[in-house]
Design a protein around this ligand. Sequence first.
Ligand SMILES: Cc1ncc(COP(=O)(O)O)c(C=O)c1O
Length: 470
Amino acid sequence: MTTNLPVTTGRQLGRRSWAEPWKIKMVEPLRVTTAEERAQALDDAGYNTFLLRSDDVYIDLLTDSGTNAMSDRQWAGLLLGDEAYAGSRNFYELEDAVRTFYGYRHVLPTHQGRGAEHLISKVAIRPGQFVPGNMYFTTTRAHQELAGGIFEDVIVDAAHDPESELPFKGDVDISKLERLIARVGSDKIAYVSLAGTVNMAGGQPVSMACVRALRGLCDQYRIRLFLDATRMVENAFFIQEREAGYADKTIAEILKEFCSYTDGAWMSAKKDSLVNIGGWLALNDSDLFEEARNLVVVFEGLHTYGGLAGRDMQAMAIGISESVQDEQIRARIGQVRYLGDLLAASGVPFVRPVGGHAIFLDARRFYPHLSQDEFPAQALAAELYLDSGVRGMERGIVSAGRDPKTGEHQYPRLELTRLAIPRRVYTQAHMDIVAEAVQAVYARADSVKGLRMTYEPRHLRFFQARFDRL
Ligand SMILES: Cc1ncc(COP(=O)(O)O)c(C=O)c1O
């Protein structure tokens, strides 16, 4: 006998269901808007989801950055804030957590990731030097270029193909890096800029084999290897799942081994570390650290607070220890995959395999009738908001910006709309709503028109640009 009664996800898949390893203690009401209100809000925001007021958003998947729900231990930690200008107790707790879980020698707090990117770019790049990396990230490349560096993409080709199912699409293509070294000489390379779960490629991981090979090459040519550790815990999950020899290692062990092959790292703690603000720069080299520690007082604050309140450093220290717990990261990525599975079942095009922090809708395949100059991924983010109040963001031609030399648009192969999932914030029912909204937008994709840019800021234009309908 068939019934219309619901069946759990686990039963549908022939297994037992799993659930998040936490329960909810405090809630924040959500506002549902009307279609007319959303049309007005989007118009006022110049078709840029960054310019919407959050009160006009229902389910906010703009970013997983600083949007995490903190634990009761972290909230309790805020009350332990030692707001001394110098030598705050919380700084030493943070330093200890970074040393314990990431393994670096010297630690500087910064207000967020780009504060650390600024410092490392200033101390480690000489104007005219190259900075090879596994795909650009917006703020990382902006700081490298402001310091006079020239970014060179050395990621594997598959990273630019949304349909490739390669397990480690974030890997560096070592032969591309070797060719660059042969072309410009190793002294023209500032450092290798390696990011865990590559954001712009769809949250795709880097293998342990890759970082080990990079260490070997960098030692051979005396080049430094620095890590963007922002989502490195998520990266460790994929190594545990996919790379031979790591299934029985803990996330904490994998994270520490990975970092041990690098010379230092910068961190936006607003992602993996389950806080709303904070970052750090960590270096093993004492001389380089000395330079960065001197500069931090110019740009961020004293080296024992780096632009943060003591309480923020305390929350970060606790968040780091929570972030590496195996069951927390499994639930986090499990939720991203749940949304991916719902979309896959209805044939919606998105980047495969599902990455660590977000679903990246493939706007080229949503809107094959739009050229890249008509900003298809920006249009898709706008359509999704209009449909349901779900907010995502553009990760395509607008984010790629202009070539610093020619001033022309850079045309990335990936034209994506990102739905980033905040950690410990939304439920499975919210993911169902998002899936239905995406399916509805996909069903009427043919009728969507492109956009034109009406205002373009000079730096990181995707944050503040304005658009209008064509
Ligand atoms: C990979 C990566 N690196 C660096 C940053 C910059 O960090 P923040 O936003 O904390 O300045 C981000 C944030 O979006 C990121 O995703």
